[in-house]
Design a protein around this ligand. Structure first.
Ligand code: IVH
Length: 694
């Protein structure tokens, strides 16, 4: 092996660790992943060729360890202490600490304020890293404070932790013979979410929260498993460090950062209690944007000589205190699982919880979203669960504490089994294929869906009842005058005019609009019913195919699948709608109220000249409005689609046609103009002469 090879390996190692540092410690990547991978592979192949190069602090050796049966025990050279927690979470907590410190130091009111170092209280797992002559040789958990476990092979997989400390030209910044660094392993929220998403996709177990993720990962006996967990690290202090001569804690952290260790930049030297409180409040306000979990802030007396003078009481330094924030996660019990019916009939399961104070409020409910979510977390009535409430986000059940499940185990929870009927209206509850949510089928009848159903029913493309806006619908429903669309037709001018903000004239207009709306088309009527998955186009297809409402209502799923563009999901929705007696009742009341339309015998008759053809309209046509063009096409049996595909037969392009025209041209779809359309409709051409030149 020549000197060149050695020099190249050293250069590669330095470059790779430099990029690691930039990426994992400074959060400022310096090179694209591909370049990093290239350097890494080059070093790997050099080391394969010259095994003597593969030293233990090479970045290629981070996942080198073999699985263990148990972790070796480590006696801490200096015990790992805990910090006293200030019980008073208000500003008074910081003052109480300052008062105690001043008293212990024998300071009087005329003495200047004490200098503190305020920092974050990270919510992860405490670690002690031992560097000898700059090389990481041991990494231990806290254990009971005296003895922990050596988790070196796992800790080596954390890219944020240098395997070898950096050296710099600054005096005092050369790694000492022995340096123990204390700090916290943690997981960022994004990394936690991403990890869980990947696990879910692979059908593997997910982590409950980032803290358990960090603690659980470090305790994996196989370093390969730990290596898959995206852990990070922040240094916050020292263990054994005989040659370390920093005068202040802030100087210590600055120096650790220069040695390449990750140190949070959210820290501040504060003079006196007021500045501590300001730090506390400022961090609390930004707590949810830090990107990782903290459970409070920590205040430390900054000067090391004063720390020594203050000393310890029973494993807790008198010079430090933790000032906590309200917890964002707590344990509580699921007392019941109920469902809420939304405006569109979707059923959302909600856990009723034993009241618990979390994230600053008392929480009694948490959404469980849908059945898949319940299955995934396996939440059951009687379970003890972790509830999370961060910031203004609605409370969430994070997971179940498996060990606390009652015996015998309660049954799994199924929405459909517990709620075969809608709790609001008693209609059937179904879950359509491919949909996350279970739904109430009583669309026209269900009180929870009433307003939404009425707004849809009267909308322009449905029964087009002019003057019936959202606000009026609210009033009519709240007064109890209108329960279903059929009740609209019983409204009279006198009653309407008695409503606030309703003039006599508007009341008259509305009644006139209702009268006019009684005469409609079958397609509009079908659309107005608000059947799930039946939009305007499908309603038209259905009207054309069946010709009569009774035939549609009697259609089997098989019959429905015979309709142009109707697939299994739509067919199922239609069947379920008409299988619900409450809906049939409303339909018959609507007919009794005089709502009517011309009927035909269905498809046989209505195959027009454009039967089976799909057209797309784009741009503005010289004489026809968009609606008029669409009506003409549909009257001739054609369909109008919203976007161009290979299945499009014609694109009718007017002025300022945009991307649809480009798409048509790229797919080779025939493009015509208005005159071409008229020719098609008149049947004067099969291959329109007016094909546009665009
Ligand atoms: S200092 C001499 N600083 O809190 C005091 N601890 O009870 C030794 N922790 O599990 C600890 N953030 O891992 C210190 N900025 C911080 C901290 C911190 C979190 C954890 C520590 C331990 C507990 C101490």
């Amino acid at each position: 092996m020549g000197g060149d090879v050695l020099a190249r390996a050293t250069a590669l190692r330095q470059a790779i660790e430099g990029h690691n540092h930039a990426y994992y410690v400074l959060d400022a990547p310096t090179v694209p992943d591909a370049e990093y991978d290239r350097l890494f592979r080059e070093l790997q192949s050099l080391e394969a060729q010259y095994p003597e190069l593969a030293v233990s602090d090479s970045p290629t050796q981070r996942v080198g360890g073999t699985p263990l049966d148990a972790f070796p025990k480590v006696r801490h050279a200096l015990p790992m202490l805990s910090i006293r927690t200030e019980t008073d979470t208000s500003a008074a907590g910081a003052r109480a600490f300052d008062t105690r410190v001043r008293k212990e130091l024998g300071l009087t009111e005329s003495d200047p304020p004490v200098e503190y170092h305020a920092e974050l209280k990270f919510d992860g797992l405490a670690l002690s890293l031992r560097y000898e002559h700059g090389v990481l040789v041991q990494a231990a958990t806290r254990g009971d404070g005296e003895t922990g476990e050596d988790v070196l092979n796992n800790v080596r997989t954390l890219h944020a932790i240098p395997l070898r400390l950096a050296t710099s030209n600054r005096p005092g910044d050369t790694p000492p013979a022995v340096l123990e660094v204390r700090g916290e392993a943690y997981m960022r929220r994004v990394d936690f979410e991403r990890y869980n998403a990947r696990q879910r996709d692979a059908g593997k177990p997910t982590l409950v929260n980032p803290r358990n993720g960090a603690a659980g990962s470090i305790r994996q006996l196989d370093p390969k498993l730990c290596a898959q967990r995206p852990l990070r690290f922040f240094a916050y202090g020292l263990g054994e460090a005989p040659d370390w001569d920093a005068a202040t804690h802030s100087d210590t952290l600055d120096r650790l950062a220069r040695l390449g260790l990750p140190v949070s930049s959210e820290r501040q030297v504060c003079r006196g209690a007021d500045e501590l409180i300001r730090f506390h409040d400022a961090i609390e306000a930004r707590r949810d944007t830090l990107g990782f979990d903290i459970d409070g802030v920590v205040y430390k007396v900054n000067r090391v000589d004063l720390q020594r003078r203050l000393g310890f009481v029973s494993r807790e330094p008198r010079w430090a205190v933790a000032h906590k924030y309200p917890a964002q996660e707590e344990l509580t019990v699921v007392e019941a699982i109920e469902v809420q019916v939304g405006r569109t009939g979707a059923l959302t399961p909600v856990a009723r919880l034993a009241p618990v104070f979390v994230g600053g409020v008392t929480v009694t409910n948490a959404t469980l979203h849908n059945q898949d979510e319940i299955d995934r977390k396996d939440v059951r009535v009687g379970d003890t669960v972790i509830v999370r409430r961060a910031g203004d986000v609605i409370p969430e059940v994070v997971g179940v504490v498996a060990e606390r499940r009652p015996t015998p185990a309660p049954p799994r929870f199924s929405i459909l089994a517990s709620y075969p009927a809608c709790p609001v209206c008693g209609s059937h509850v179904v879950r359509l294929e491919g949909e996350a949510k279970a739904r109430c089928t009583g669309g026209l009848y269900c009180a929870a869906q009433r307003k939404e159903a009425l707004i849809h029913f009267s909308s322009r493309r449905a029964l087009d009842i002019e003057g019936l806006g959202d606000k009026l619908v609210d009033q009519l429903v709240e007064k109890g005058w209108v329960h279903s669309p059929a009740d609209l037709f019983a409204l009279d001018v006198a009653a309407l005019a008695s409503l606030p903000r309703m003039a006599e004239k508007s009341a008259q207009n509305l009644v006139a609009a209702l009268n006019a709306a009684r005469t409609t088309t079958l397609a509009r009527f079908i659309f107005a019913l608000g059947i799930r998955n039946v939009g305007e186009t499908t309603a038209k297809d259905l009207a054309r195919h069946f010709g009569q409402l009774d035939r549609l209502m009697a259609a089997t799923e098989q019959d429905l699948l015979g309709v142009h563009d109707v697939g299994p999901v739509v067919a199922q929705s239609i069947r379920q709608f008409f299988a619900e007696p409450h809906n049939l009742d409303v339909v018959s009341k609507l007919r009794a109220a005089g709502v009517h339309w011309p009927e035909s015998t269905g498809v046989q008759q209505s195959a027009g000249i454009l039967h089976g053809k799909t057209l797309v309209l784009t741009g503005s046509l010289p004489t026809l409005t968009r609606d008029a063009a669409q009506a003409l096409i549909e009257a001739a049996g054609g369909k109008v689609a919203g976007s161009v595909s290979k299945k499009t037969d014609y694109v009718v392009a007017g002025a300022d046609a945009g991307s649809k025209l480009v798409k048509a041209q790229s797919l080779g779809v025939t493009v015509i103009d208005e005159a071409g359309l008229q020719a098609l409709l008149a049947g004067t051409t099969d291959n329109p002469a007016h094909e546009s030149k665009q």
